[in-house]
Design a protein around this ligand. Structure first.
Ligand code: DQQ
Length: 559
């Protein structure tokens, strides 16, 4: 099979060829991290889905093994879809997955390691009693999938949640079991929402501390099939009654908080007992055409695994690329206290050997925050997805607009807008003469603060509208708000991982993440360049910028 390497990633996980999607069964067992993932062994398009398998001791370098789960019985003969790998109290991991059965129904199956002494757990055995959960009458059998990691209540009973829908309502359907073999539906779903099919639910505790106290909250994340975005809430989960009540301040649904405001889907977390952290994996789809995927021979990457935890202020989750990824950092460039004057200034960050494969950490100080234009609070809360496609119709900012949100504003006023404070930030994967460039930037607006809170709204955007001269690309602008008090801190930190066709950014020390896929034709390999720009009126100071060449991860078949 021909594979075009030009835009393949250096340190984001990819197998050598073909299609991948959701991360599955992520876990840690006896010193080894396991990543399973949805995989088509035959082509660079979705289909023939099996669980491919990779193992690692550092979440960076991977040994690729044979597929662990593939169709073998009537309970999965039409596909082996997503699921977790919970670890039982005796240390045995169990794979749980959705099988597409002989009748096309979605059923839940289990598989156990064949040989627990095999450090890689290469082979898995599916007991004859599969499926362990079949859709009851009244359940939509073609929308009943993606079990969460099972958890055990204080009563010893196991619980898990399955994503499903009833007409337009998405559900986190709850099931219980005493023996991990016989599962019964609970009378009430754990949660539901008017947002279409809920794929890949995830439900897990996060601990927090405030002063001398603290406690536990539970996070519920769902992947929305309709918008291809994920959102999460957190709140109180009562084990005795199996009820979950999201915190009142959090929006439930499309206006809710997201792990990532870009191309990031079907994510899954696991508890890493070795490093006492929770780690998040998510899939980033291609945004070129299917025909281009077939030509290049591969499709799909996994985002860099991220540590995820509750912010000390209790308002949101924070995420940061796992520290291990920094082991790939090489040659380093440092810039301090460099002014980027308002009105369209920019400068090149030189000295990197591989700006197409780099890790950049920068901090921007706004010199004149009074230049911020007003932001209308009514912009929040509209349907972002309908406006994404309109990037090309970008108009100047109009303060009279109603019903827009971060994404709408950034789509309409892309990186080239002449703003008050911002747009300023990075041009990554830039070609000579800046013909191609992907902007990762901030724009700051004044806010009417009658309701209290920050005096400014900080928007973080990724604008790929000039990222490529190739045709038939989907180039959505992605954006989210960053909850930083710019009047107080004066500074906005940004970290961007650049990896040929991946631009994965973290604003405000992990408050807002945006992953974007781009397909430069000129800014490839050693031709790619890196710049800092400022199209706002206010000067901006780069108080510090550290850029690192990134080495390539070793991702190889077992030899
Ligand atoms: N991908 C899987 C499903 C899941 C979807 C199939 C989400 O189990 O709902 O490949 O991307």
């Amino acid at each position: 099979d021909h594979v075009d390497d030009t835009l393949r990633t250096g340190f984001h996980f990819q197998p050598p060829r073909h299609w991948i999607n959701d991360p599955n069964g992520v876990m840690y067992h006896n010193g080894v991290y396991h990543l399973f993932y949805q995989y088509n062994p035959k082509a660079a398009v979705w289909g023939n889905i099996v669980w491919a398998h990779a193992v690692s001791t550092d979440l960076v370098n991977w040994v690729l093994l044979d597929p662990a789960i593939y169709p073998t019985g009537p309970f999965d003969e039409n596909g082996c879809w997503s699921g977790p790998a919970p670890v039982l109290p005796d240390g045995t991991p169990v794979i749980m997955y959705t099988g597409i059965d002989a009748d096309g129904r979605q059923v839940q199956n289990v598989a156990y390691p064949k040989d627990l002494t095999d450090p890689y757990l290469r082979e898995w055995v599916k007991p004859d009693y599969n499926p362990v959960i079949a859709p009851d009458a009244g359940v939509n059998a073609t929308a009943f999938r993606d079990p969460t990691t099972a958890w055990q209540g204080p009563d010893g009973v196991w619980r898990l949640v399955i994503g499903t829908k009833d007409n337009h309502r998405g559900f986190a359907a709850l099931y219980r079991s005493r023996d991990f073999k016989h599962w019964a539906p609970a009378r009430r779903a754990l949660h539901s929402g008017d947002t279409g099919m809920w794929e890949c639910p995830d439900f897990y505790p996060v601990t927090y501390s405030v002063g001398d106290g603290g406690g536990t909250k539970h996070v519920l994340k769902v992947s929305l099939d309709l918008t291809r975005f994920e959102y999460y809430t957190f709140g109180e989960y009562d084990h005795a009654s199996d009820t979950y009540v999201p915190d009142a301040a959090l929006a439930d649904g499309n206006d809710g908080l997201r792990y990532d405001y870009g191309n990031f889907y079907a994510s899954k977390t696991f508890l890493d007992p070795a490093k006492h952290r929770r780690v998040l994996w998510g899939w980033a789809n291609e945004s070129d055409s299917t025909a281009a995927d077939v030509l290049k021979g591969w499709a799909g990457v996994q985002a860099i695994p991220r540590k995820i935890w509750l912010a000390p202020n209790g308002k949101q989750l924070l995420q940061w690329p796992v520290a291990e990824i920094e082991s790939l950092r090489g040659n380093h460039v440092n810039i301090t206290d460099t002014l980027v004057r308002g009105g369209g200034s920019y400068f090149e960050v030189t000295g990197l050997a591989t700006p197409a494969q780099a890790d950049v950490e920068a901090s921007f100080q706004v010199m004149d925050v009074d230049k911020a234009e007003p932001f209308d609070p009514a912009w929040r809360g509209a349907d972002a997805q309908t406006t994404v496609m309109d990037v090309d119709k970008a108009e100047p900012f109009n303060p009279a607009w109603r019903g827009a949100d971060a994404q709408t504003v950034c789509a309409a006023r892309g990186a080239d807008a002449k703003g008050g404070v911002g747009p300023f930030g990075l041009w990554v994967l830039a070609s000579d003469e800046l013909k191609e460039r992907t902007a990762v930037f901030f724009s700051v607006f004044k806010r009417d603060t009658d309701g209290g809170g920050n005096k400014h709204v900080v928007l973080m955007c990724t604008d790929p509208s000039r990222s490529s001269y190739a045709e038939h690309l989907y180039k959505p602008t992605f954006a989210g708000f960053v909850d930083v008090d710019i009047a107080e801190t004066g500074k906005i930190p940004l970290r961007t991982l650049i990896d040929h066709s991946v631009v994965e950014s973290f604003g405000g020390h992990g408050k807002t993440a945006i992953l974007s896929r781009v397909y430069p034709t000129m800014a490839v390999g050693d031709k790619a360049r890196l710049f800092v720009f400022n199209n706002g009126e206010s000067d901006v100071k780069v108080t510090s910028l550290n850029a690192y060449d990134m080495g390539s991860a070793k991702i190889r078949a077992e030899t």
